[in-house]
Design a protein around this ligand. Structure first.
Ligand SMILES: *Cc1c(COP(=O)(O)O)cnc(C)c1O
Length: 404
């Protein structure tokens, strides 16, 4: 008789973004004329820039001609894209990463969820708290992390590294040494990040203890400060302890186009096994390659025009971030992030819970944000606003919040 994977039943019932969607839908139904401004979900709003649209059109045309048609893409990515990535994102920054260490995929969400296929069943995992929920839930589905305590909002077998205003959002080495450490920098949801010397301490710690770091660099393009590393491989020794995950979603607006890549250095060898060879084998078995058309669009991101255009889009969102950050500060809020990331993380006023503040903003000023508690127990008392809205709506939203 068929039996289901009961690990799924261990996942807590209310998924953050579906709970938000339900609340917003109920409010809209009760208030059909409400002018709701959505600064909740982390999705871009600007259209794909012209250099990438041209690459998409050109490659679509190639697909329609017998002499330039492309069938299955190579599992690991087309060499033209792997080489472009290695050259521009790594070698140009002094990181010794080669094309055969780059694995092209359909995005960072699936890679960050699937990378756990490389882990043994009983590895001890650490995450920052608050956390991008994918890292946690993907390990639960695979049978790790023990049981969920609804009251504490915690998994019994997961190491939580709180990042709050108290430690300036810098995770501290946990009491128990983890086998796997997930780091997302710049961070979603807090919008904060680490300097190169702070990240170097984590690389040294991982190398000393034989731990693996999973480094999610989805927001790399938003880094504005000089001492913040764009890649973990800028830190000495990272090639023997870190896997890095990238996305084209937030830098180039590919959320609906789908493209990402993961770097698995050949120096990553544990128990005599090469993680690079394992991930190549895994891709070969489970993935038939990102579409040719999309990989050509990804290549265009690195062209001179592409770079100029995405820089402008990132600038647009970061301008929104500044509007939110300074507007909230002027209104007396305690605010974080927004300097190297498109997220603003604010302390809820008057010790409101993050869900109470969600309801308050929705009901009083028709603004949708994301309650911090949805990202982990240390997110309680905080709230996330995104800079991915339109400039106009962002300004209007802040005016409304200031009027409270
Ligand atoms: C948006 C986001 C991603 C997802 O990227 P896709 O490439 O669109 O799948 C991955 N990690 C973090 C932390 C994100 O916020």
């Amino acid at each position: 008789m068929f039996k289901v994977n009961t690990n799924f039943q261990k996942l807590p019932g209310s998924y953050l973004f579906s709970t938000i969607a339900k609340k917003v839908a109920a409010y809209s139904e009760a208030n059909p004329n409400a002018d709701i401004i959505r600064l909740g979900i982390g999705d871009v709003t600007q259209p794909i820039a012209p250099a990438m649209i041209k690459a998409l059109h050109d490659s679509v045309d190639e697909m329609g001609s017998a002499s330039t048609f492309h069938g299955y893409a190579p599992d690991l990515g087309y060499p033209f894209l792997r080489e472009t990535i290695a050259k521009n994102d790594y070698q140009a920054r002094g990181c010794d990463i080669s094309a055969d260490e780059i694995f092209v995929s359909d995005g960072a969400k699936s890679d960050s969820a699937d990378i756990q296929e490389l882990f043994a069943a009983d590895v001890k995992i650490a995450v920052c708290d608050p956390v991008y929920p994918v890292y946690v839930d993907s390990n639960v589905m695979a049978g790790r992390l023990g049981t969920y305590d609804e009251k504490l909002g915690k998994w019994s077998d997961l190491i939580y590294m709180p990042t709050t205003a108290e430690n300036k959002f810098v995770p501290e080495f946990p009491k128990e040494v983890p086998d796997v450490i997930y780091l997302c920098l710049p961070n979603n949801p807090t919008g904060t990040t680490l300097t190169k010397s702070q990240l170097q301490l984590w690389v040294d710690y991982a190398n000393k203890n034989g731990s693996l770091i999973i480094f999610d660099a989805a927001y790399e393009a938003y880094i504005s400060e000089a001492d913040v590393p764009h890649s973990i491989y800028e830190c000495a020794g990272a090639k023997t302890c870190a896997i890095e995950i990238h996305s084209f979603s937030k830098n180039a607006g590919f959320t609906g186009v789908r493209l990402g890549y993961t770097v698995v250095p050949k120096d990553l060898v544990f128990d005599g096994a090469s993680l690079n060879a394992m991930w190549a084998r895994r891709h070969g078995t489970k993935f038939n390659g990102a579409p040719y058309i999309i990989q050509r669009a990804g290549e265009a991101v690195y062209s001179a025009e592409g770079q100029a255009q995405i820089k402008e889009q990132v600038g647009y969102y970061m301008n929104n971030a500044k509007t939110i950050y300074t507007g909230l500060k002027d209104a007396g809020f305690e605010v974080y992030g927004g300097v190297n990331a498109p997220y603003i993380w604010l302390k809820t006023p008057d010790n409101m819970t993050s869900w109470d503040f969600f309801d308050y903003l929705l009901e009083k000023v028709q603004i949708v944000g994301t309650p911090g508690a949805g990202f982990g127990p240390s997110g309680e008392g905080y709230f996330r606003l995104t800079a991915f809205g339109s400039a106009e709506n962002t300004v209007r939203a802040i005016e409304r919040i200031k009027s409270l």
